[in-house]
Design a protein. Structure first.
Lengths: 196, 196
């Protein structure tokens, strides 16, 4: 789904690791996505989905990242660093995505317009600034989320964070460490933008 | 946190694998949890947290499960089965926990009473039945969530599913495959109840 941060995570990883993959676009609220769902090609009803050469289907963006990055430098060798990485990835799905991505979706997808209320947008703004504040505090004085170097945690959190101002309406001037971290990722060899 | 499904996942795994661990209770809305937060012992502001002998702290229940179960039979050796396992675990944090656990919390914790509205409870009931319906469909004709045997995905999803009726008010009579799966888990050697 071209506009989805969860899909972008996977595209960014594929590009950073230079892995070959055919990308099939399924934008929100289109016939393509309805058809994919009807065909049973979306095991959990959502995108992205990774289809292997064998035909096996894997849902969930963060599970796809872990699967594709096996053996690469993006999964720390140290078991505790690896656990810190997965902790950030679960936190992203439980706390960050349900606020930052949801506010962006409410503001950008016409199909969600009927769910928008001023109270809901205000609540998501306030909670999102708290969530970004937690990342800001952690990234102050650190280059990457996990000790030991860049990892999947950075790719995972970057997806919805780097568009939090433009798409979500968050005030990123408050978060200079996050902005430096975003610039660090955007400067990586093989980096690809959300809308490439 | 004795009443938390996220904490219970970790206790259940420790018991199933017979791993030694000192358990420190921090119930919701108590002085203990406020103190733990003030002391910087809750890296992401929430429980459970695993503290290693070295003093290092690991948040996020599902990251703790993955860390503690390394090398055990609860993490499939096959990389695709492992990816299916983590897919269910991310889905749990993104879809299941934010509905099933949230409805249970609204009904059971006095500290959440001010967040309860009839519309919100009705919405969470409807969405929860859809989520449980997805698990029911998947578990019909399967013993465990992931092909190849019981895994962390079952422990992870069991935590809030097995109390969905009693604490969440969901109608589990609709989901016979889930009920058989719950009974399978409750019969495991080393099984421990939520309130042991």
């Amino acid at each position: 789904m071209p506009s989805s941060g969860n899909s972008y995570k996977v595209r960014l990883l594929l590009s950073l690791l230079d892995l070959p993959c055919e990308i099939v676009d399924c934008e929100d609220a289109t016939l393509e996505i309805a058809q994919a769902r009807a065909d049973g090609r979306l095991p959990f009803g959502k995108v992205p989905v990774l289809e292997l050469d064998s035909g096996r289907l894997l849902p969930e963006s963060n599970a796809i990242l872990l699967y594709l990055a096996q053996g690469s430098h993006l999964i720390p060798a140290d078991p505790f660093h690896q656990a810190q990485m997965t902790a950030w990835m679960f936190w992203e799905q439980n706390q960050h995505e349900g606020v930052i991505a949801v506010r962006a979706a409410l503001r950008n997808y016409p199909s969600r317009a009927h769910l928008v209320t001023p109270e809901r947008l205000a609540d998501l703004l306030d909670r999102g600034h708290q969530i970004l504040g937690m990342m800001e505090q952690h990234l102050s004085g650190r280059d990457w989320l996990v000790d030991g170097g860049m990892s999947l945690a950075d790719i995972c959190l970057y997806a919805y964070t780097h568009t939090a101002e433009e798409r979500g309406g968050y005030d990123m001037a408050r978060f200079p460490a996050i902005r430096r971290w975003c610039a660090r990722i955007a400067a990586l060899p093989g980096y690809q933008e959300l809308f490439a």
